[in-house]
Write a protein that binds this ligand. Structure first.
Ligand SMILES: Nc1ncnc2c1ncn2[C@@H]1O[C@H](COP(=O)(O)OP(=O)(O)OP(=O)(O)O)[C@@H](O)[C@H]1O
Ligand SMILES: [Mg+2]
Length: 374
């Protein structure tokens, strides 16, 4: 045991861990720094509310946390008091509990009894003013909150309105999957919210390869995962996880555990395939049942070749030379299997590489059940 993960490695694959670097999100972090940089110069021409929007697992929360990490460290060096806070709104039921959460973070000792939500926020702003401090408050999963409240958050309205009247001390970052500003009834709020220029799009497989590769260095002992296996992991995360980095990290975690249970000192492609099956909630092959006998045979042979070669990717030519049938037949079969989500076809440097998504163990179990197969 313990040959796969570094000491605290496994915990660095959990969503709460903020890695040292966020590949392909540097620009996003810099944009936030740029938006808020006037604060560091003790100026205040800053949008009062910034919106961050994009699909799940594209790094929205991490980017804000990384931005907080950097701006806090610059501010403290400059002797500027900036409080940063991120509140997850998924479990917040009302404006009242939202205001309470903000007040508890900014003025932990103060009594909140008897105050309304708006008054609590007024107290927070008062505190900030008296202490020459600023608050950058990120409301994470804000769209789920707004959707539950059917667009009527008086508190958010109040906070934004107060910024207009008083000197601004409190800045908001709204984070969500959808463009929730559209659900605000007041159109002025919609126009008020600044949208970041850097978009949060699903990661491409090459981006995921960088993200997962960097994380693997932090998490695994050296030599645990090779380039080809990283490639398979990123292709899986791109196809099955729709470009979510979270999916890829979970895949790495499961695969690392799989390898460790097995007493292996490396993560191999079968570990990745078994983890994929687990993430997709699959326990056996169901796809193959309506395949023609020839296609079934081909799939079994393919699995054997992968087993023998013990690799994540093979070229089409090496497969057809081993299958001993004409190449076109092999290409046809592979196209069908690609369509079924069983193999990965990847064009790279003028060659077509074939990867396998279904665990070899699943495929060989078909053979045991189907006595007519060779
Ligand atoms: N560029 C990146 N580099 C390294 N890790 C990343 C990157 N982007 C995302 N991650 C990791 O992927 C996971 C999901 O990221 P994050 O929580 O920031 O996504 P999100 O866009 O907020 O998703 P959701 O909408 O589901 O909340 C986290 O574990 C995070 O560390
Ligand atoms: Mg998030």
């Amino acid at each position: 045991m313990g040959r796969i993960f570094k000491g605290d490695g496994a915990s660095k694959l959990s969503p709460s861990y903020l890695p040292l670097e966020l590949p392909h999100r540097e620009q996003h972090i810099n944009e936030l720094l740029k938006i808020f940089s006037p604060l560091l110069e003790r100026e205040k021409q800053i949008p009062w509310a910034v919106m961050i929007q994009g699909p799940s697992g594209t790094g929205k929360t991490s980017v804000v946390r990384a931005f907080f990490r950097t701006i806090s460290s610059i501010a403290s060096k400059k002797g500027i008091k900036i409080i940063t806070d991120i509140i997850n709104c998924r479990f917040i039921a009302s404006d009242f509990s939202l205001a309470q959460a903000v007040a508890l973070r900014v003025t932990p000792g103060a009594s909140l009894r008897g105050f309304s939500a708006t008054e609590m926020i007024q107290n927070v702003i008062e505190y900030l003013r008296n202490n020459e401090s600023y608050l950058i408050l990120a409301l994470d999963d804000f769209d789920s909150y707004i959707a539950r409240k059917k667009s009527k958050s008086k508190l958010v309205y109040d906070i934004l309105k107060q910024q207009e009247i008083t000197d601004s001390r409190m800045f908001m970052i709204f984070i969500g999957v959808n463009d929730y500003t559209m659900v605000f009834e007041e159109s002025w709020i919609r126009n008020y919210v600044w949208r970041t220029k850097s978009k949060f799009e699903p990661y491409s497989w090459n981006e995921l390869k960088d993200v997962l590769g960097k994380r693997a260095e932090e998490v695994f002992e050296s030599g645990v995962i090779d380039e080809n296996e990283l490639l398979l992991a990123s292709r899986i995360s791109s196809k099955f996880g729709y470009g979510s980095a979270r999916y890829g990290l979970e895949l790495l975690l499961f695969s690392g555990m799989e390898a460790e249970w097995e007493g292996n000192s490396k993560i191999n492609s079968e570990h990745l395939r078994l983890s994929l099956a687990r993430l997709e909630g699959k326990q056996e092959v169901t796809e193959l049942s309506d395949f023609s006998r020839d296609l079934k045979e081909f799939t079994l042979t393919l699995a054997n070749i992968f087993e023998e070669e013990n690799t994540s990717y093979l070229t089409i030519s090496s497969i057809s030379s081993k299958y001993k049938k004409e190449k076109q037949k092999v290409v046809d079969y592979l196209n069908r299997l690609n369509f079924e989500g069983i193999v990965d076809l990847l064009e790279l440097n003028g060659d077509v590489y074939v990867g396998l998504f279904l665990p070899l163990r699943f495929i060989s179990s078909v053979k045991q059940r189907d006595v007519n197969l060779p």
